[in-house]
Each structure stands twice: as structure tokens, then as C-alpha cells.
Design a protein around this ligand. Structure first.
Ligand code: AMP
Ligand code: MG
Length: 186
């Protein structure tokens, strides 16, 4: 049964392949180790999310972006201008990210979020964290820890309470995986 977790507790749970609600500046995410297929499968199951809907992977540094994706010069400029923040960039993926995360696409969506609690979880776990919004498929994205427990509490290990989300809507997504940049979500 889900409850409010400290950062240390959330990191331990993530390292054990469990799933937890995590605050970001956009909305609360349902986080899992992006390299652990069993953990990723739990995210799809808890959300009742169709397997063809790929997840965004969260990292805390540009160096970490390069570990999971091919970073072009133009994409790097985009990260330098808008990250950490509510910008997700789609890039050619490296093998470290399982196909389950990207729904079989050869690309991966990556974001460096700006929320201090999420950054602390990323840094102290050393993980890349796949985190779609922490709501059942088809429901509104949660912007408080209470919303997360209310909607998914019985299906997750818990949630880290980072306060209400300052942005409150999903990140902008730009596809930089080919020569022409494409805005996929405003
Ligand atoms: P969210 O539901 O906010 O976690 O955002 C996930 C959305 O990001 C998906 O529904 C897709 O629209 C988009 N997305 C994630 N990965 C990719 C990808 N590899 N290529 C294109 N769009 C992606
Ligand atoms: Mg969503």
C-alpha cells in the first residue's frame, strides 16, 4: 500500500525494481529504473497504459543523456538553453534503454527535470528514471502527492511529496532524431 516516502526510501525502492510517485515541476511522475524491464512492466501495468505509448526517461545531467542517447550538436544546444526544465527531447536511443521503454521505437524521449527533489532522487540513485504521469491511463495528470496516492496508492510503493507542481502541465516534446526538428507536443 502506498504511503509518503523520504528521498532515501524512494531511492531504495527504485533500486529494488519497485515503482514510486515522484514530483517534477510539470506533473507527478510514476518512476521506475529505466534499465530494468521488470520495473518498467510494473509502470505500464499500474497505469493500465497501452504498451505502444512510450515513456519519457529522466536524467540529471547532459552526460547522462549521452549514456542513453545519441546527442547531436543541435540537440545539445536545445538542452543547454532549456534544461533543467519542462522540455523533452526525442533522440536516437542507445542499447542501455530497453525497447519496452520506447515501445519498440529506435528513439528515446529524454528530459532533465528542474524539480530539486526529483534531481536529488536521480543523483543519489544514479539511475535514469522512466516516469510517465502518475495517473491511471485516461485520467488527469496529478499535481500533488495526494492526487498520486488517491489515484494509484494501492498499486505503488509510495510517493515522495515535493509539494504542488509549479508548471502543472506536461512537458514540451521536440523530436531531434532527424535533420528537421519537430515539435510533437506544445
Ligand atoms: P507522458 O505521458 O507525459 O509521460 O509523455 C509520453 C509521451 O511522450 C508519449 O505519449 C509520446 O507522445 C511521447 N514520446 C515518448 N517517447 C517518444 C519517442 N521515442 N518518440 C516520439 N514520442 C515519444
Ligand atoms: Mg500522461
Amino acid at each position: 500500500m502506498g504511503k509518503v516516502l523520504s528521498v532515501t526510501e524512494a531511492v531504495n525502492v527504485l533500486l529494488q525494481g519497485q515503482i514510486v510517485g515522484l514530483p517534477t515541476e510539470t506533473v507527478y511522475g510514476l518512476g521506475a529504473d529505466a534499465t530494468n524491464e521488470t520495473a518498467i512492466a510494473k509502470v505500464f501495468k499500474a497505469k493500465n497504459r497501452p504498451s505502444f505509448d512510450p515513456l519519457i526517461v529522466h536524467v540529471s545531467t547532459l552526460a547522462a543523456v549521452k549514456e542513453i542517447a545519441e546527442l547531436s550538436e543541435a540537440a545539445e544546444q536545445l538542452f543547454l538553453a532549456f534544461s533543467p526544465g519542462p522540455l523533452t527531447v526525442v533522440l536516437p536511443k542507445k542499447k542501455t534503454i530497453p525497447d519496452l521503454v520506447t515501445s519498440g521505437h529506435p528513439t528515446v524521449a529524454v528530459r532533465i527535470p528542474a524539480h530539486p527533489v526529483m534531481l536529488e532522487v536521480l543523483q543519489s540513485s544514479g539511475l535514469c528514471i522512466a516516469a510517465p504521469s502518475a495517473n491511471p491511463f485516461g485520467f488527469a495528470s496529478p499535481t500533488t502527492a495526494f492526487h498520486v496516492l488517491d489515484q494509484l496508492g494501492t498499486k505503488i510503493s509510495g510517493v515522495v511529496d515535493g509539494g504542488p507542481c509549479s508548471v502543472g502541465i506536461e512537458s514540451t516534446i521536440v523530436d531531434m532524431s532527424s535533420d528537421v526538428p519537430k515539435v510533437l507536443r506544445l
